[in-house]
Write a protein that binds this ligand. Sequence first.
Ligand code: CP
Length: 320
Amino acid sequence: MHQMKKFTSVSDVKNLQEIIKKALQIKENPHSETQKGKGKTIGLVFLNSSLRTRLSSQIAAQNLGLNVLTLNAAQEAWNLEFADGAIMNGDTVEHIKDAIEVLNQYCDIIAVRCFARMKSKEDDVNESILSQFEQHAKVPVVSLESATRHPLQSLADSMTITENWREDRKPKVVLTWAPHIKPISQAVGNSFTEWMQEMEVDFVIANPEGYDLDKKFTKDIKVIHNQDEALKDADFIYVKNWSSFDEYAAMPEVKENWMLTGEKLKTTNNGKVMHCLPVRRNVELSDEVMDGENSIIYQQAKNRIFSAQAVFSEILNEIN
Ligand code: CP
């Protein structure tokens, strides 16, 4: 029986293949542990918007018999202060430290979504909000996407690749940058990169000049600035936008068209197309690709339930 003290990155997973296997088994039989969380409460705290993470986490927790508290903090809670030592004589009403101490009184697991605020590179790189949860929570903390990572998404992505690969060779997996209308954080790209380095895959990243991810995540992974070259013979194509890391949160001009189209897909090895959603149709990828038979995007979204359930189950092993 594996145990897990927290889940904020791939480094919290003792054995990646084992947890993927567990998530796949849960998918086969999602109601096999309905008593495991009985009498325990998970708090799902959203400082940012969500569709998939909120609903899949709720289903996962309910499948384990957990009580679920969902707090859409940005809309429903007091305006939070994050700065240490702040004199709170302005718009903020409750300090994050106090909010976490109160959550400790109500919850056996605290899960939190706290996106990059994209104002200070230093704050985001240092996970200024998640680190406060890690510091002040007295119960296990689960990331529902933080400033630099989205590990529950990456586990679902790894599970989806595993489900869709039957050949006796490593698949070629390409993470390709896609256009967007506004600056988006690097969290999904970073996280996918981190997890692919733990998987049995040939992994490359394609992005325009000026959009290289943080070296802390890419390490010695090949980064190609030509999308056509990267897509050649790809078995899986993961489409995602992110803003510049070097020129933090900027959107340097890109002259070529990086939107994934049916024409580009023809150069791959009948590659399966992935995206974490939400997606900007006909900006990041074309309708033809999104609705085409190579898309496994909704399967990825479904797998968010089982990846969350596998993680919550491992954490319950620790606290039960
Ligand atoms: N992929 C994902 O995390 O979706 P939501 O932002 O809707 O939760």
